[in-house]
Design a protein. Structure first.
Length: 127
């Protein structure tokens, strides 16, 4: 039976089911990874919601700007400004979201690698 120092100190006495005790490190790693996925999803959703809130304000401002146009050239310029700004903002937002995802993957990979190394160490100690 695999018995790690952390299991007895943190999780109490070993399980009466040997297979469960052997699987515990894997379950703990999966739980940690799932928690990180949830944290990442919350961060991504918060970022996207904040961005969309800012974009909606600009979308609602467009009709007022169009109403104030006095010539076809002003109308054309209003649309050019609107679509240029929207394109730029979406481009920046997608880059920001990609960066958040990249950070998540890097952190999750590091955490999982660390847990796998701990599990390997526990297995070697038990052998």
């Amino acid at each position: 039976m695999i018995k790690s120092k952390a299991n007895s100190a943190i999780h109490g006495p070993p399980s009466r089911l040997p297979w469960l005790e052997m699987a515990r490190p894997g379950f703990e790693a999966a739980a940690e990874y799932t928690g990180r996925i949830c944290e990442s999803a919350v961060a991504l959703n918060r970022e996207w919601t904040d961005f969309m809130s800012r974009r909606v304000q600009e979308d609602f401002a467009l009709p007022q700007r169009l109403v104030n146009c006095r010539s076809p050239q002003e109308l054309q310029q209003a649309y050019i400004d609107y679509w240029s700004r929207a394109y730029s903002q979406y481009q920046q937002e997608f880059a920001r979201l990609a960066g958040l995802n990249q950070t998540f993957v890097r952190e999750a990979t590091t955490a999982i690698t660390k847990r796998v190394d701990e599990i390997k160490s526990d297995i070697r100690l038990a052998a």
